[in-house]
Design a protein around this ligand. Structure first.
Ligand code: ADP
Ligand code: TRP
Length: 323
């Protein structure tokens, strides 16, 4: 099965990214053909600082590699190293109804948060569809927030195929219900664009500070604490197995629990969980040449696949005027 997904280098990668997508991608590389990429064209819709985009792209590459993405078992690259994606975006744009894009929650949420409603932001789902169709992606592991974008990618693949003849694989979303939509420290969706994340690789001080800031309700200590919709409980539960989760739930339901104590505990759990990857992450960050060369090699592999799909699409729409 060809499994494919991308992530924006628009900020430091966080627990939502990890549980919603990265962890599963690393697991999938064992028994599937894995295609994984850093979508820096997409990041241009929100990042207007070139130095920052460069830095974040490099850091995202280090994060993935440190967390176990193995470039010898997968195809791992930076989106803009395969510019074919932008050409396919244009071909797809012509089978994309405006209404489809106007209904996108992500576009509405981002503009409501004050992000400039540019043409790029509006067309974001078309570029994302191109990313998927260009490589014949069958299964796409994403968080729940990307469900609608995946539906658009499916819709465009079907429309293109029915308009011009069989060209693309129709992809399917793969959403992990347990980590469908992780809340950030303020209770909204954890997102790089909302400044409410817990980074995977933050330093000790920053991690502690973020965890202490997790929003909690004002239930008195001598009362049972709610678990449904409790951000602290939801984040902690991610690191626990079924039995441990039951135990945590029981502790929340027993009067006397102090949120402050749970936060201190959670800090330890998260710090320890990522400990094995931290050294590797540091090593990679100090070896820029290796990381860059790894990404370049990945792009060469990706480009070979992209060339086949793009050529077919060009021919099917009639750009091959010489024939
Ligand atoms: P962000 O919203 O932080 O910019 P991206 O849009 O780059 O994150 O998302 C990268 C991947 O991580 C996607 O598959 C997305 O669905 C997943 N993801 C992002 N935030 C969350 C979250 N809060 N909960 C679950 N998955 C998430
Ligand atoms: N839009 C996705 C996100 O914000 C990132 C993305 C871009 C993507 N292209 C993709 C995800 C292709 C899966 C497949 O998370």
């Amino acid at each position: 099965m060809r499994v494919l997904s991308g992530i924006q280098p628009s900020g430091s990668l966080h627990l939502g990214n990890y549980f919603g997508m990265m962890k599963r991608m690393v697991e999938y590389q064992q028994n599937n053909e894995l295609f994984c990429f850093l979508v820096n064209y997409h990041a241009l819709t929100t990042v207007y600082d070139a130095a920052l985009l460069r830095k974040q792209t490099f850091e995202a590459a280090c994060d993935f590699l440190a967390l176990g993405l193995d470039p010898s078992k997968s195809v791992f690259w930076v989106q803009s190293d395969v510019p074919e994606a932008t050409e396919l975006t244009w071909l797809l744009a012509n089978v994309t109804g405006i209404g489809l894009l106007e209904r996108c929650h992500s576009y509405k949420d981002k503009t409501a948060k004050g992000i400039t409603p540019s043409c790029g932001l509006f067309a974001y789902p078309v570029l994302m569809a191109a990313d998927i169709l260009l490589y014949g992606g069958e299964k796409v592991p994403v968080g729940k927030d990307q469900k609608q974008h995946l539906e658009i990618a499916r819709d465009l693949a079907m429309r293109f195929n029915s308009t011009y003849g069989e060209t693309f694989v129709v992809p399917e979303a793969d959403i992990e219900e347990n980590a469908a939509l992780l809340p950030g420290i303020d209770g909204q969706k954890m997102s790089k664009s909302y400044g409410n994340t817990i980074k995977i690789f933050s330093d000790e001080k920053d991690l502690r500070e973020k965890i202490m800031r997790i929003i909690t309700d004002s239930t008195p200590v001598d009362r049972p604490k709610p678990v449904a919709g409790n951000v602290l409980y939801e984040l902690y539960a991610l690191f626990l197995n079924k039995k441990e989760k039951e135990h945590l739930k029981e502790r929340f339901l027993t009067p006397g629990l102090k949120y402050g104590d749970v936060k201190k505990e959670l800090f330890g759990v998260i710090w320890e969980f990522f400990e094995p990857y931290r050294k590797e992450r540091q090593k990679l960050a100090e070896d820029k040449q290796y990381v860059v060369e790894t990404m370049r090699q990945g792009a060469r592999k990706a480009r070979e696949v992209a060339a086949v799909y793009l050529e077919r699409a060009r021919r099917n729409v009639g750009l091959d005027y010489w024939n």
